[in-house]
Design a protein around this ligand. Structure first.
Ligand code: GLN
Ligand code: ZN
Length: 764
């Protein structure tokens, strides 16, 4: 019989219970016992959901108070010195507060220390804590939590399968600290502890352990490929069965490596890479189990059970009881329960499946394949087919006008009328800005008061008129402050925006919003991505009234503010019935209209933010160029409808440009503002080496800290920038938007920044 399981379940809880509990604990409003009790309660609820859906295994080990990669770091005793946890490690009992200090620098107990670095997990919006590795590092089993959780599930009577990040992916995600050395030199020490863990689990009666090795879908150096063989030859000695889980893409050139590993089972992603299924089966050992990731773990669409049954029947015939079924990856990346969405319209609801619904899909599919469907499975199959047919033909999904407009795009539509050098002349004449013009990235403090007004408006307690009047008041204040500070290119401050994607999604057709569709982003932080379900249109201008109003209050050239097409795409759940590129192009056309409307309304400077451009890069380098080509084209399509004298800005808040600098230049934005202050302007090297031709605003201060930057320090940073970029092409601005700061920090910081620009003007 086909075995059904999942790789992991969301841990935050349908009502974000874990978020609320951990935050209350951090604030001292909840004690340790109660925090542990809420965690236990959530685990048991999630196991219960898996069990009652009919899965053959209940997956244990996916729970984390903060992050599952951090869990493995503590399991291995990889706790940096500054957290002073040596005795806890030695006793094999790392305290929960130590884990929290590693994650966020502080906890209710213990001395604060710099938190570990955090970064995105593969191509997801989930962030993990980067393991800190140093030469000669020793490892030892340093927490009992995993074993306790296993015992907990067993006591509740469940059939337990354990999941854990695999040893090589853990090392792969880590970063060397101190003296340079080869990370793989730590492998043997890491494996010693994994062997111990596996032996302990076997002692608890665990039969299967799933080791997550998504690093196998990336380009691996030869030494790493060899390390995989070595590592799993060692681990096979463990007295239980191992399943190596790969996801987020195709195994590609690691396919024969993965199928050769001496493990009892392999999980592959058949959603992102359906074409690899037959190749994997051809190479599978005669006794190996294949877990097919058939239900999309990264998106919220209802599975096409009929199509899956047809596709997988031959696989079922070939593999017999060696076939397992699962979602493609952990369900961590989708919201918890669609049933909570009582306000989503019923048609759209029919098209969707969240984590809890995906459990049912996996179970029904396995019974359908075994030819022993229950009446419920049959009904589910029929309902899925009905819903998918409806979705395929729905007028909400397809709009003829959008398709026609897309088909009519000409290559020239993505190009400005003149080259940058000519535009720069026209812009200088029109805008008459001084050397080293000063500006900000867009947002000004989102005060409690602004948020309260928006909440009241959304709750129907504040009329639209009153709300908008309140926002205008805020905009007026922001303009007045900027004028007083002497900023050359003011912004309206984005007071009216809840979130840079949601704000646009709410005004575009083809987008839907959930009430509880939260997905963990990092720690207790969750995001609620919009759902792009249909062809995208802009029923009316989205930002024009606000920018127009702001412009009416000042003689300075106002900068209009838009979120770019790639960022809107990247931070949403997207359609699975057309390419990402097509959806992105549709969004780009609506933004093009918005850019043109802003220009027509007299806004001469327009910024199109693309902070997510880089994170859209595919996991395999070989696919980068294709992505960059359409991503860049979408940006240009939004920007290129304007006259030469209209200045297009873009903004990106990260500091790795080396490998994408050609694409950044290809955007052909007149001005790009970037995050640089923390890297001491070093990242401008990439721009210099590439002979980047347009204007750049390298951030002169870090907005993530409340510290007020001093004038001399910012002047010095700009002097460094001047060694690489000529004065005529430099702007002066902060690293990113100011929405998380208070006015008490923003005003003196910007006053100093303006002074720094004045010093520079005198000198150059
Ligand atoms: N314009 C946005 C702001 O200033 C940009 C935010 C971002 O880069 N993430 O907040
Ligand atoms: Zn930014």
């Amino acid at each position: 019989m086909t075995v059904s399981h999942i790789l992991g379940y969301p841990r935050i809880g349908a009502q974000r219970e874990l978020k609320k509990a951990t935050e209350a604990y951090w604030k001292g409003e909840m004690d340790r016992e109660s925090l542990e009790a809420s965690a236990r309660e959530l685990r048991s609820r999630h196991w219960q959901a898996q069990h009652s859906a009919g899965l053959d295994w209940v997956t244990v080990g996916d729970f984390a108070f903060y992050d599952q990669v951090l869990n493995v770091s503590t399991l291995l005793g990889a706790v940096p010195q500054r957290f002073a946890a040596d005795s806890e490690v030695a006793q094999g009992d790392i305290d929960l507060d130590t884990t929290f200090r590693m994650a966020r620098g502080r906890a209710p107990s213990g001395t604060p220390a710099a938190a570990c670095e955090m970064t995105k997990y593969f191509d997801t919006n989930y962030h993990y804590l980067v393991p800190e590795l140093h030469q000669g590092q020793r490892f030892q089993l340093a927490t009992q939590r995993l074993f306790d959780e296993v015992a907990e599930a067993q006591q509740l009577g469940y059939n337990v399968k354990v999941t854990l990040t695999g040893p090589l992916t853990w090392l792969w995600l880590g970063k060397e600290k101190g003296q340079a050395f080869e990370r793989l030199s730590l492998l043997e020490g890491v494996l010693d502890v994994y062997c111990e863990i596996l032996t302990r689990l076997a002692g608890q009666g665990v039969e299967w352990v799933q080791l997550d090795e998504p690093a196998l879908v990336q380009d691996l150096p030869l030494a790493w490929q060899q390390a995989y063989e070595r590592a799993y030859h060692r681990l096979q000695a463990a007295p239980l069965k191992l399943m190596v889980a790969t996801y987020f893409g195709a195994l590609g050139d690691n396919l024969s490596l993965a199928t050769r590993l001496p493990v009892a089972g392999l999980h592959v992603d058949a959603v992102r890479a359906p074409e690899q299924l037959d190749h994997v089966i051809d190479r599978l050992g005669p006794h190996q189990v294949l877990s097919v990731g058939a239900v999309d773990g990264r998106n919220i669409w209802r599975a096409d059970l009929a199509a899956l049954r047809e596709r997988l029947l031959p696989v079922r015939v070939r593999l017999g009881s060696r076939l397992w079924l699962a979602p493609s990856c952990s369900l961590l990346h989708v919201p918890v329960d669609l049933d909570a969405e009582t306000e989503l319209d019923s048609e759209l609801t029919q098209w969707l499946a969240f984590a809890r619904q995906k459990l049912d899909e996996v179970v029904s599919l396995s019974r359908l394949l075994d030819n022993r469907p229950t009446a419920e499975d049959e009904a589910r199959l029929a309902a899925a087919t009905r819903a998918l047919d409806a979705r395929r033909d729905s007028a909400r999904t397809h709009r003829q006008a959008v398709k026609e407009r897309l088909a009519a795009i000409q290559p020239g539509d993505s190009e400005r009328r003149s080259v940058y050098a000519e535009r720069a002349v026209a812009q200088r004449r029109k805008l008459a800005l001084p050397l080293f013009p000063t500006t900000t990235i867009g947002s000004f403090p989102q005060t409690q008061d602004i948020r309260a007004a928006r909440r009241a408006y959304k709750a129907g307690e504040l009329s639209r008129e009153a709300y908008e009047a309140r926002m205008r008041e805020e905009i007026a204040y922001t303009i007045e402050r900027q004028d007083a500070l002497g900023l050359d290119v003011p912004v309206h401050g984005e007071a009216e925006r809840n979130d840079m994607v949601e704000y646009f999604g709410e005004q575009l057709d083809g987008f839907a919003f959930t009430r509880f569709g939260w997905v963990q982003s990092y720690g207790s932080r969750c995001v609620k991505p919009p759902i792009i379900y249909g062809d995208v249109t802009r029923p009316q201008p989205m930002t024009v009234r606000w920018s127009e109003y702001a412009q009416s209050l000042t003689d300075k050239p106002m900068k209009g503010m838009l979120t770019g097409p790639v960022t809107i795409l990247q931070w949403s759940f997207v359609r699975d019935d057309q390419s990402r590129a097509t959806t992105c192009r549709q969004i780009a056309l609506t933004l093009r209209d918005e850019v043109n409307s802003l220009e027509a309304a007299g806004i001469g400077v327009i910024q199109i933010d693309e902070p997510a451009l880089r994170e859209g890069l595919p996991l395999r380098q070989g696919q980068w160029q294709d992505y960059l080509d359409w991503a860049v084209d979408c940006f240009k399509l939004s920007a290129a409808g304007v006259r030469d004298e209209t200045q297009i800005h873009t903004h990106m808040c990260y500091s790795e440009f080396n490998d994408i600098i050609a694409a950044i230049a290809a955007l052909d934005a007149d001005v790009i503002t970037i995050e640089t202050s923390r890297s001491d302007m070093e990242l401008l090297d990439a721009f210099q080496d590439f002979a980047y031709p347009n204007e750049i605003g390298p951030g002169v201060y870090d907005i993530h800290t409340p510290n007020i930057p001093d004038v001399e320090w910012m002047v010095q940073l700009m002097e460094k920038a001047l060694e690489k970029i000529p004065a005529e092409r430099l702007w002066v601005n902060p690293d990113c938007g100011l929405k998380t700061r208070g006015w008490a920090e923003v005003e003196p910081a910007l006053a100093n920044m303006v002074q720094a620009a004045e010093v520079l003007r005198r000198r150059h």
